[in-house]
Design a protein around this ligand. Structure first.
Ligand code: ZN
Length: 269
């Protein structure tokens, strides 16, 4: 699907609770193509990418190494000989351990592809090795799972980090872009407003954690999840628990909450 001049999208067939309509694989360029987030190791998706860009593929670029974003890299690189760009997987048991980049983009690095420039911006939070990529000419920001359409990304501690996530949201505000191309879901207009809303959403959730702790006095993670995520469907609570843990780790680091024997309490200052 064409999205902007020189930008196409192919959606992987891995739709689900956590992947929405499926992982977005973006193809950048025509004569020479960069594949951004090849997606899961799926033969049909590999065929679709090769059919769309085959011999033109020069680069494979990944936003992070969760299993729905990078595992197809190995087979796609073997087929195309493309140069693999991204940050290596952290060792938290949730990553694609097969991902072996040949180039590690530094924060602010401009990668020149075909006839365009793509700037790498480190955005730890959802995972520690998250990188967003800005296609300056189109003012289009590829966010991987740092920003998603319609849902707020799960933060998976200890590799995922809520304090880092909030800082990364703020950091992106200083870059010049208009639209966001997320890792799952459609293009989003007014990208800066989307970032501001996400930050507000997270801070409101943090307020809700503090209110729940005030009300429950001492509570287990499960008791807190039920109260703090009473607006979220129960089948999502398994994931909400992880983001709640990320909130609690942040509050503990700020000496605003503490845990003892499995019970969380407010720390009165
Ligand atoms: Zn992810």
């Amino acid at each position: 699907m064409p999205l902007a001049p020189g930008v196409r999208r192919i959606v992987a067939g891995n739709a689900g609770l956590m992947t929405g309509p499926g992982t977005n694989t973006y193809l950048l360029g025509h004569r020479e193509v960069a594949v951004l987030d090849p997606g899961p190791d799926d033969a049909r998706h590999l065929d679709a990418i090769l059919a769309a860009a085959g011999p033109a593929i020069r680069w494979i670029i990944v936003t992070h190494t969760h299993p729905d974003h990078s595992p197809l890299t190995r087979r796609l690189a073997a087929h195309s000989g493309a140069r693999v760009i991204g940050l290596p997987p952290p060792d938290d048991g949730r990553q694609d351990a097969t991902f072996a980049p040949q180039h590690l983009p530094f924060d602010g690095e401009s990668l020149s592809l075909d006839d365009c420039l793509l700037t790498a911006i480190h955005t730890p939070g959802h995972a520690s090795n998250c990188v967003c990529y800005l296609l300056a000419g189109e003012r289009l920001l590829f966010t991987g799972d740092h920003v998603l359409e319609g849902v707020s990304p799960v933060i998976l501690p200890p590799d995922g980090d809520m304090s880092a996530y909030l800082l990364s949201l703020e950091k992106l505000q200083s870059h010049d872009f208009e639209r966001i191309a997320p890792g799952h879901g459609g293009l989003m207009e007014s990208g800066k407003a989307v970032l501001a809303e996400l930050r507000t959403h997270r801070l409101n959730r943090e307020e809700k954690v503090l209110r729940a702790l005030r009300q429950l006095i001492a509570a287990t993670l499960d008791e807190l999840t039920a109260v703090v995520y009473d607006d979220v469907a129960v089948e999502r609570h398994r994931w909400a628990r992880l983001t709640l843990t990320a909130h609690l780790i942040k509050l503990a680091r700020e000496h605003r909450a503490g845990e003892h024997d499995g019970l969380w309490r407010l720390i009165q200052s």
